[in-house]
Design a protein around this ligand. Structure first.
Ligand code: GLA
Length: 386
């Protein structure tokens, strides 16, 4: 699949720019095993990289401008061109803000870019909760660094890509997705402390344990810029302020403090975050001891907490989770920012057909579009392909 999108990106580059690219770079989408809506409160997350992602063919261009073209954007057949000096957050909107935002944030950090041409292809659905946007940012970041001989450590690229998303695109997200795209390794999940930036690779090999991680695309789409995500983030910051701590991360060891919040909604929101941080640490510990199956109940608890306390689930996710559980899955939960996207199911390999059939049947009974079903395999992070 990766070779296929690399070929398509190269072909797109040749067709659009009439030249050979200098190279092709790839960044994957991610699955978050557990740790949802904890990253922007300095908490813990445990994502892994997918095999699918975004390929970027890139090369130097003749003038002080950057052109981004995407095979996914039929509405922009010539792509989008911007003068490098004229890149400002207000001027670029839509899909091009992700790759151009990365050029902007590299320049804002003092890195020198010259004229650049970029052609993009992907085998990752957009808005499906798999971080297609971070994959696009991170593949672009690697490409721009190599094309212009910039030596930027990956930890700094995480910050630069996140800044592009926060300040150029205008989505107030945390650092989980960019960290996963840039830092993950095959056969492992990444335990990330979003306050210190410390990472630990934790072994994650479902097949070896007779288990499968299955992604259910619920067909419902979401946007992290629609205000609902930002409101959740604000609630967490407000709860921390009222409790006199810098962020909800500070309550990992004293979760009962959230009971001091007078406002019932803030109490539920903060309650999710503090319990979720503990579930991440517990899950990482289980993985270190090769007990992936025991993570199942924690996934289900996370779903219930996101549904009932953080209020970010949606009907198609709830139905998929309930159907998976009734059919014997070890655990299941909605994934990502919420309000649309994908559900993650952990089940024994033998039960995969029964579980996925049960979900498909539950959707058919409601006359919903059939769910997309794929196996998630912990894969390598971003890299140069050619
Ligand atoms: C989106 C954001 C992440 C994170 C998740 C929720 O994926 O991009 O930073 O906040 O939602 O866990």
């Amino acid at each position: 699949m990766t070779a296929e999108i690399a070929d398509r990106a190269t072909d797109g580059y040749r067709a659009r720019f009439g030249a050979e690219p200098d190279g092709v770079w790839f960044a994957p989408g991610r699955v978050n095993l557990i740790g949802e809506h904890t990253d922007y409160s300095g908490g813990y997350v445990l994502p892994f990289a997918l095999g699918a992602g975004v390929a970027v063919a890139a090369g130097r261009g003749p003038e002080e401008a950057i052109t981004v073209w995407s095979g996914q954007q039929a509405g922009d057949p010539d792509g989008v061109t911007a003068g490098l000096g004229a890149l400002t957050p207000e001027r670029i909107t839509g899909w091009a803000a992700y790759p151009l935002g990365v050029a902007w944030s590299l320049r804002a950090a003092g890195h020198r870019l010259d004229g650049t041409r970029v052609a993009i292809e992907a085998d990752l659905p957009m808005g499906a909760g798999l971080s297609s946007s971070a994959a696009l940012e991170c593949a672009t970041a690697l490409a721009l660094c190599d094309v212009h001989d910039l030596r930027v450590p990956r930890s700094e690229l995480v910050a630069l890509a996140s800044r592009a998303e926060n300040e150029f695109v205008g989505a107030p997200t945390g650092i989980m997705d960019q960290s996963a795209a840039l830092l993950c390794r095959a056969g492992h999940a990444l335990l990330l402390d979003c306050r210190s930036g410390a990472v630990e690779e934790v072994p994650l090999d479902p097949a070896a344990a007779g288990l499968a991680l299955v992604l259910i695309d619920t067909g419902t789409r979401h946007a992290l810029t629609d205000g609902r995500y930002a409101r959740r983030r604000w609630s967490c910051e407000e709860a921390a302020r009222l409790l006199g701590v810098a962020s909800l991360r500070d309550l990992v060891d004293r979760p009962d403090d959230v009971r001091l919040l007078a406002d019932p909604e803030l109490r539920r929101r903060a309650g999710h975050v503090v319990t979720e941080n503990r579930r991440v640490l517990e899950s990482a510990d289980l993985l270190r001891h090769g007990a992936l199956a025991d993570v199942g109940p924690l996934l289900t608890q996370t779903h219930e907490s996101l549904r009932d306390d953080f209020d970010v689930s949606w009907p198609q996710a709830d139905v998929a989770v309930d159907a998976a559980r009734s059919a014997g899955a070890a655990g299941a939960r909605m994934m990502g920012g919420g309000f649309g996207g994908s559900v993650l199911v952990l089940t024994s390999v033998g039960l995969v057909p029964g579980v996925t059939d049960a979900i498909a049947a539950a959707y058919a009974r409601r006359r919903w579009t059939a769910p997309g079903i794929t196996r998630a395999v912990p894969s390598d992070g971003a890299r140069r392909l050619r």
